[in-house]
Design a protein around this ligand. Structure first.
Ligand code: AMP
Ligand code: ZN
Length: 460
């Protein structure tokens, strides 16, 4: 199967050719762990999890390595510790656990490796020392800075020229910088801040160096795919390229760069700093199931901005309940043996066209195949689906006496030719969110997503 992706580096849609099909390697920038993930943070997780699933299906589950880091050293974390009186370790450990729980709830598989920045400080120090030795970085006043002028490729990824960047920069330039665009690899830590000994004194890394050091350690000097939100393209990814390509000129760093567009609120990026965010946990606590969040996310192509709306969530919930209704009673063991649908795979192979992949679900006739593809797309795990089906069953059981009553009333009405009581029962059921299926074979009542048992009281 041919895979094609839009590579931000070349700005074209290209055929994907892995460096080593026996070990397809992907790195995605992960969260800074100081707070609950907001819904925007879940977008790259769901997008790149879907890509991970596609790669596993195409190259084999043992032939894909997916790395997503945790940034657990950062000034936002330090600030959170200072204002809350808690330790940095408490905050980062708790937030990391929350993140894994919340992302599992939206169907994300765990990546093959989840390195924490604080576990890779020696690798970062070694890379920084190497950059200095190679003339790409310099130490000044306890800092180490990357010299952007030493790398002619600087700006190529994001399509900017260094001169334009300098002209556009409004930041006050630190006196120890040779060039205003030079960025921090290492900075000094005062005693109250986390710090590690280094050749440049006690300090801590800048943000960008961790991804270069961890991807090199876990994936090598060249790997296949680098992902993240498009808000990271500049400066973060540009700086990763500069660091990695200068430290390891023998490699090409990432071949294919994929960037998801932003989740928005009223036309603006959802972000912590704008305060226009709600967390994944907020939604889950309000009763929006993880599969609904995932379905809504995958309904929009990853390269397009999108909004979260209650309407989209409602429509997704009805659609998923409909699928569950179709799957109810299917042999689940047989379903587990079904492979992903070819058309779903080819939709995803076309630059991750998840919208088309979801649309294909409606055309699948076999309930077992439908179940297998819902699981493949991460909308449910098998266990999660079975639990959801049990919930559906339990609600169906509650309706059984009413189904009998309706069947009996209909049989009477056939005799008397007076269907008013049948109509009254039917309207009451529909008003309670029940789908009424009447055929020669009998009466079937299926609880819909809006099902409200309290509205049925007094009917029996
Ligand atoms: P952060 O913790 O802010 O560094 O973000 C972690 C990941 O979430 C990065 O890949 C960001 O690009 C991504 N991200 C942040 N905000 C949004 C958003 N509103 N929509 C989509 N992705 C986002
Ligand atoms: Zn990164």
């Amino acid at each position: 199967m041919e895979l094609r992706f839009t590579n931000s580096r070349t700005r074209t849609k290209e055929t994907f050719v892995p460096i080593d099909p026996k070990n397809v390697r992907m790195y995605v920038c992960g969260p800074t762990v100081y707070d609950r993930a907001h819904l925007g943070n879940a977008r790259p997780v769901i997008v790149f999890d879907t890509l991970f699933r596609l790669l596993r299906a195409v190259y084999g589950p043992d032939h894909v390595t997916y790395v997503r880091n945790f940034t657990d050293v950062d000034d936002k974390i330090n600030a959170r510790a200072a204002e809350s009186g808690r330790t940095i370790a408490e905050i980062t450990e708790e937030t990391t656990r929350w993140y894994l729980d919340d992302m599992a709830a939206v169907g994300a598989l765990e990546p093959s490796h989840m390195p924490r920045a604080t576990q890779f400080i020696p690798q970062m120090v070694a890379m920084i020392a190497d950059l200095i030795a190679k003339g790409h970085a310099y130490a000044a006043e306890g800092h180490v800075l990357f010299a952007v002028e030493s790398y002619t490729g600087y700006g190529a990824l994001s399509g900017r020229s260094v001169d334009d960047m300098i002209a556009g920069a409004r930041v006050e330039v630190a006196p120890y910088k040779r060039n205003p665009m030079d960025f921090v690899l290492w900075k000094p830590s005062s005693d109250d801040l986390p710090g590690w000994d280094s050749p440049w004194g006690r300090g801590r890394p800048g943000w960008h160096i961790e991804c270069s050091a961890m991807s090199y350690d876990l994936l090598g000097e060249s790997f296949d795919i680098h992902g993240g939100g498009n808000d990271l393209l500049f400066p973060h990814h540009e700086n990763e390229v500069a660091q990695s390509c200068c430290a390891h000129p023998e490699g090409g760093f990432a071949n294919v760069w994929l960037h998801n567009e932003m989740l928005q609120v009223e036309g603006k990026k959802m972000s912590k700093s704008l305060g226009n965010f709600f967390t994944v946990r907020d939604l889950l606590d309000q009763g929006v199931p993880g599969e609904v969040i995932r379905f809504v996310m995958l309904s929009t192509h990853y390269r397009k901005p999108m909004d979260w709306t209650a309407e989209k969530a409602g429509a997704a919930e009805r659609k998923l309940q409909g699928y569950l209704g179709r799957i109810a009673g299917t042999d689940m063991e047989a379903a587990k043996a079904q492979a992903p649908d070819e058309q779903i795979l080819s939709a995803l192979a076309d630059d991750l066209n998840s919208h088309a992949a979801l649309a294909r679900l409606d055309q699948i006739e076999d309930a077992g195949v439908l179940a297998a593809n819902l699981v493949f797309l991460g909308l449910w795990t098998w266990d999660g689906m079975e639990a959801a089906l049990k919930g559906l069953d339990a609600r169906g059981d509650a309706l059984r006496p009413l189904a009998d009553l309706l069947a009996q009333t209909r049989a009477n009405a056939m005799q008397t030719k007076d269907f008013s009581e049948v109509d009254r029962l039917k309207s009451a059921l529909v008003a309670a969110g029940v789908e009424v299926r009447m055929s020669k074979a009998g009466v079937e009542l299926v609880p819909g997503p809006e099902f409200d048992a309290s509205k049925l009281e007094g009917l029996l």
